[in-house]
Design a protein around this ligand. Sequence first.
Ligand code: URA
Length: 433
Amino acid sequence: MRIYDLILKKRNGGTLDRDEIDYFINGYVDGSIPDYQAAAMCMAIYFRGMDDYETAALTDCMARSGEMIDLSDFKDLTVDKHSTGGVGDKTTLIVTPIVAALGGKVAKMSGRGLGHTGGTADKLEAIPGMKINMERQDFLNQVKKIGIAVIGQSGNLTPADKKLYALRDVTATVDSIPLITSSVMSKKIAAGSHSIVLDVKAGSGAFMKTPADARVLAQNMVAIGKACGRKVSALITDMNRPLGYAIGNTLEVVEAVELLRGDIKGDLYDVCVAIATEMTMLFKGVSYTKAMEEVIRAIDSGAAFSKMKEWVSTQGGDVEWLENVKIGDGAAFEVPIICPADGYITAMNTEAIGSAAVILGAGRNKKDDVIDYSAGITVCAKTGDKVEKGCVLGYLYTNDYKAAEPAAERYLDALTIGFEPPEQTKLIYDIIR
Ligand code: URA
């Protein structure tokens, strides 16, 4: 077999068989296929697409390119979730303890934030003492003992995705449905959980800008996950505005704690209940109504917050800090963002709002940038809200006073203020099962 012939076949619209896909992935991982030929293959896939059979084979070959975690000891109680990334998305901090409190086994690997989106690994590290690196056996023992362990992406999991994602990032081949599907699903399959709930974001802060594009991606990922023998469902949720009110690591931990204490409702609560309900339906095999009742009870009874504290303390985190942390802790400066005009907020460019938080120190532009956990933004007015000139639209938190002015400018540029209230859009567009 020659990689040249496979690139030519795909470029001309042919269908690759399993052996050919295997040859491409193995050759790229072992270095016998160079970057320039892998890039040509990605571009051929980008333009020609892949059918379901090819995408399933690509996903499976990528999943098998490295270590596969064996969670079979936990039978079919293991349940994972994945978000395609957004601004203010702290759902993992909330739904994983809910599901663990209900008897699910959550053995989860989470990524760091990059660019305008945050990452769960960073949010967890904002909790003093919290360790997100663990030996594999300790990770599995913790899941067995308390039902939940969440760590950073580690070990030799899906090396094919690590190489291919970095290549796609610099060759304009990221936004291809088969390539995104195989990238996300190979990681989830290798991580071993029996049930997987995907939160596919749609909107100005997401990869997929429209619900229609998000639906195609969601349908593809659900089909591929099922073809790989997993139970999968996907929610399509709105990212035309930040989720919840807090953006930035410590701030998002505060909001997660408030929600689990039963102190806040609203968009974040609705999305978390929807995700946790799907996860519970899958791992327990119960109806939607029953799963939702159990999820709400886990929050209202305090069981989910108790599970969060147990999880944090088991991973070395400071539970007293968790119980007492407040908005603004650790940030030397709190700067209000002042509204420049009367009217309604008619649109929010959520990606720009995420990048305003990065300016304050809450995220990274490059992989090795150091982040300030206390930096970020609290949002006081969102799309649809009536605002007045001089009112406070939000607060910036930072330890770098010079960053406040450019961050406020970026935030204000991200808002559109008009005379008429905008049409209400949905928070949860659809659920694909
Ligand atoms: N997230 C991933 O993990 N992979 C992609 O290709 C896109 C988003």
